[in-house]
Write a protein that binds this ligand. Structure first.
Ligand code: SF4
Length: 364
């Protein structure tokens, strides 16, 4: 196990679940385990902790999810040109600690790392989705409120997921990660239905802001390994951070990527600028006061978020898009949480409808 845990709490009705059994078997002996009739209290901030959000990341709660697993991407909005992504919430929070992570705000009141013991119930929701929309294809990801693979050596959830999606023609699973935890993946046959995506940042951002993540070189090496094992791969350049030398560093990063992963084998790329609500910016700066990446030139935008000064942001988008265009492969690309006008400025054409983009990315 690569990440430290201070404690594990198991909700009573989940004690005999397959997930709890696997986790408790794989857990280091010195991690205390508590059984609780109702785990809701254990998901709250650790009282008296100097950094309650950070402490929550090291407290694993195995509980039953009582609300739907499948939701439209919470970042979606009529203001943005969206990508039609569907989110499958099988876990909440992440053992890594990126200074810019939106979970610092989104999960401030429930920061414990939760994994849902009844996660296979989500398969019924997915089958209903597919049955009700025959002929359509959907891209479904587990990496929105958690990293898809961070604790996979402990939970092995990826194995059940891959088996399920491998047998569904019109559903594509996206596992999104900043780790190199691919052991379970390499033992499975995804039958072309599983896409693994990595968020990539230059070394300067990794060192300054992406604590406990795998290095960019390790992420690229992991991508190459899963590609060779039959998975599709994709890459997110999000958040793009406009620091001095950013343009040079991002281009070097793309060179490293393309030296290892042929452009024709990249299913898609996405880009998104650094964006933070005032509350997130306050939380991030207070938890990471020495991180220069949080202190760039930003302005409060009309959606209520601080965003990198628009000319700097657009220039970075265009530089990256141009670099991918030059390699000659038609790599599908989209922008996350940007309006249609920015999409048009970067790619020279208006974006397609979210459902159309979603289908295109799902089919590959
Ligand atoms: S890896 Fe992703 S989910 Fe985890 S802390 Fe970083 S940004 Fe947040």
């Amino acid at each position: 196990m690569k990440f430290d845990l201070d404690a594990v709490h198991v909700e009573g009705e989940c004690a005999d679940s397959a997930l709890a059994t696997r986790v408790l078997r794989a857990l280091p002996r010195d991690v205390p385990v508590t059984h609780l009739p109702d785990a809701r209290g254990a998901t709250k901030p650790v009282s008296g902790a100097r950094d309650p959000f950070g402490a929550g990341k090291r407290r694993l709660v195995i509980a039953r999810r009582k609300t739907p697993f499948l939701i439209p991407c919470p970042a979606g909005s009529s203001k943005f040109a969206c990508c039609g992504y569907l989110v499958l919430t099988l876990a909440s929070n992440c053992p890594m600690d990126c200074s810019y992570c939106f979970l610092q705000e989104y999960l401030a009141d429930n920061p414990s790392f939760q994994v849902y013991a009844n996660y296979t119930d989500s398969f019924d929701e997915l089958d209903r989705l597919a049955d009700n929309a025959r002929g359509r294809s959907f891209r479904v990801g587990t990496g929105e409120l958690a990293d898809s693979l961070a604790f996979d050596s402990l939970t092995a959830i990826s194995r059940d997921l891959i088996n399920f999606f491998a047998a569904r023609e019109n559903l594509t699973l996206e596992l999104k990660t900043k780790t190199d935890e691919i052991g379970n993946l390499l033992a499975m046959d995804p039958r072309g239905r599983v896409l693994v995506s990595w968020t990539l940042s230059p070394d300067a951002v990794y060192r300054s802001s992406e604590h406990l993540t795998a290095s960019p070189a390790a992420r690229i090496a992991a991508a190459r390994a899963v590609l060779d094992a039959g998975y599709r791969v994709a890459f997110h350049f999000d958040p793009l951070i406009a620091y001095p030398d950013a343009e040079r560093d991002y281009l070097l990063l793309i060179d490293d990527l393309l030296d290892n992963v042929p452009p024709k084998q990249i299913s898609f790329i996405s880009m998104g600028g650094l964006r933070m609500t005032p509350r997130l910016r306050g939380a991030a700066r207070s938890r990471f006061p020495g991180d220069p990446m949080l202190c760039g030139e930003d302005v409060l935008a009309s959606d209520g978020r601080f965003r990198t000064f628009t000319p700097l942001r657009l220039s970075l988008y265009r530089t990256l898009a141009e670099r991918f265009r030059k390699v000659g492969a038609e790599i599908p690309a989209y922008l996350c949480m940007e309006p249609a006008s920015v999409h048009e400025h970067v790619f020279g054409a208006p974006p397609s409808r979210p459902a159309t983009i979603g289908e295109r990315l799902a089919r590959g």
